[in-house]
Design a protein around this ligand. Structure first.
Ligand code: SAH
Length: 512
């Protein structure tokens, strides 16, 4: 828990341009420690997964029409929450001090005597061109860059923008919030002497799967944008550097660019699939998003640790259980030597590997990893009256403990860790599918299908999955998906994670 100060504390954090990977480490820490998170429209909701489960999340997304009043309300909200003594993280798109009104928010905090910190972010003015393959400076064509608001009506008399100077006085011009004013901006630049054949790029939803780029020149970009119906949020890049895109374009070329994929995973499943899909250019959302937390109460666990020598067996059912067990052991100034004489059973190869890292030999690893098989294998190993310690998750199946008891063992179950669902808003799966423009869902086992379908009201399944590609790891999973009312588009030819990824890439190359 955060230590609460009398007057709270506010972090004004830049959340980057949209790709959730483009958040600073410090920014992530500020989200983790916040009691309250106040975030804008252009902030990736994925970043809210860093939030504590009990943190309050407040969306203050503004639309261009109701700007002024809202800002005042946001300022008051920041002040009010901080005055409650809370740690507030104010998440703003890009960098908080680049056209983000972060300066105004900081001023209000300063006026109210509230301590604050600025955590800079990666501004869209630089990152969005980069993701479109446009370096904002380049030795061969420009040594200057101007970042300009496109929000101001260029025809107004007392313009803050010296059009006569910037039109020709600077190499690269990057306009933010300028789409509505594009014709005026172009007109001003031409009026004040910028050549009509100057290259221009418009980049919409940069760094995200929806990224769209349109290029032209000052002579034709207005017409082109109109024809394409190009809208905000977009930036306008003017200058010779735009030409480099032909050579340097990279993001839009990634095999899974444009894909926003839900990876359904069963509990404890490592996210190798997510990592691989992200490498290939997809944005990945895991469902369920599981996090590991400490037990609410350690009493039972500690009591077991204090009397470890009474146990003949410890059965570890997961890597998380192993980690939690040894962490607690060390917290209590104990270590592996306290396990002398106790036989160890590991369920699953990963659990075994993890235990071996602690220097332990494993007595028994069942061939199959379901509780029933474990018990069948332990039958002739466990003697009536044996004391068995079972460190486990808060929501483990009862069947393992029950069957061990039937063998005559005395079972002590202790909660080593809790699995908690992480969150973005109170968002559930239905909202995720409705709001995030998901393009694909992957299934790696029948249970992931079941998990997924359980998360959606059955009368909504068809509608929510319309246009969404379904990818399954193998025939059994695919069959379960079909039986659950889903249409399967991709079925891996090789039933591994790598095989699934390959089949997804092949499918996308072929059909998209
Ligand atoms: N503080 C932000 C800018 C806020 S003003 C920053 O540093 O990036 C909002 C404007 O930023 C939008 O109108 C648009 O012009 C630009 N913008 C922000 N994110 C963008 C994105 N992902 N793609 C294109 N333009 C973006």
């Amino acid at each position: 828990m955060t230590v609460k100060t009398d007057r709270g504390y506010v972090y004004l954090v830049g959340a980057g341009p949209g790709d959730p990977g483009l958040l600073t480490i410090k920014g992530a820490q500020c989200i983790q420690k916040a009691d309250v998170i106040i975030y804008d429209r252009l902030v990736s909701k994925k970043l809210l997964n860093y939030a504590r489960p009990d943190a309050e999340l407040i969306y203050v997304g503004k639309s261009p029409e109701r700007h002024t009043l809202k800002q005042e309300e946001i300022n008051q909200l920041l002040v009010a929450k901080a005055k409650e003594g809370l740690v507030v993280t104010r998440l703003k798109g890009g960098d908080p001090f680049v056209f983000g009104r972060g300066g105004e928010e900081a001023e209000v905090l300063q006026q109210n005597g509230i301590a604050f910190e600025i955590v800079p972010g990666i501004t869209s003015a630089i990152a969005v061109p980069a993701y479109a393959g446009i370096p904002v400076t380049h030795r061969d064509c420009t040594s200057t860059i101007g970042i300009i608001t496109g929000n101001e009506d260029p025809t107004k008399e007392d313009s803050n923008i010296a059009w006569d100077k910037i039109a020709t006085g600077m190499g690269t011009l990057v306009f933010l919030m300028g789409m509505a004013n594009l014709p005026n901006i172009v007109k001003q630049l031409l009026t004040y002497g910028r050549s009509a054949d100057t290259p221009v790029a418009l980049v919409r939803w940069g760094t995200r799967p929806e990224q769209e780029t349109l290029t032209g020149t000052l002579a034709d970009i207005v017409i082109k944008a109109e024809e394409a119906g190009f809208k905000n949020p977009a930036i306008i890049i003017v200058g010779e550097v735009v030409k480099l895109r032909d050579k340097l374009q990279w993001f839009e070329k990634k095999p899974l660019f444009g894909q926003r994929i839900v990876v359904t995973r069963s509990r404890e499943q490592a996210s190798a699939l997510s990592a691989r899909l992200e490498e290939l250019g997809a944005e990945v959302w895991e469902f369920p998003t599981i996090e590991i937390a400490s037990p609410v109460d350690w009493t039972a666990f500690d009591a077991a640790l204090d009397s470890l020598n009474q146990f003949q067996w410890i059965i570890f059912t997961s890597v998380n259980g192993v980690r939690a067990f040894f962490e607690r052991l060390r917290n209590r100034q104990m270590d592996v030597r306290n396990l002398y004489g106790i036989k160890i059973c590991a369920i699953g190869p990963k659990t075994r590997e993890c235990l071996e890292k602690y220097g332990l030999n494993i007595e028994y690893v069942p061939e199959e990893y379901v509780a029933e098989a474990v018990v069948a294998g332990l039958k002739d190993k466990i003697v009536k009256g044996d004391k068995v310690l079972l460190p486990r998750a808060d929501i483990a199946r009862k069947v393992l403990a029950d069957s061990l008891k039937e063998l005559g063992a005395e079972v002590t179950e202790v909660i080593a860790y809790r699995t908690v669902k992480s969150r973005f808003g109170e968002q559930n799966l239905t909202q995720m599918l409705k709001e995030l423009q998901i393009t694909m869902v992957t299934f790696t086992s029948s249970s992931t299908v079941k998990n997924f379908v359980d998360g959606i009201a059955s009368n909504q399944l068809h509608e929510l999955m319309a246009g969404v590609t379904v990818a399954c790891i193998g025939p059994i999973t695919a069959q379960t998906a079909k039986n659950s009312g889903l249409t399967v588009h991709v079925q891996a030819t090789e039933y591994t994670i790598e095989g699934l990824v390959q089949s997804i890439v092949d499918y996308i190359q072929k059909y998209k």
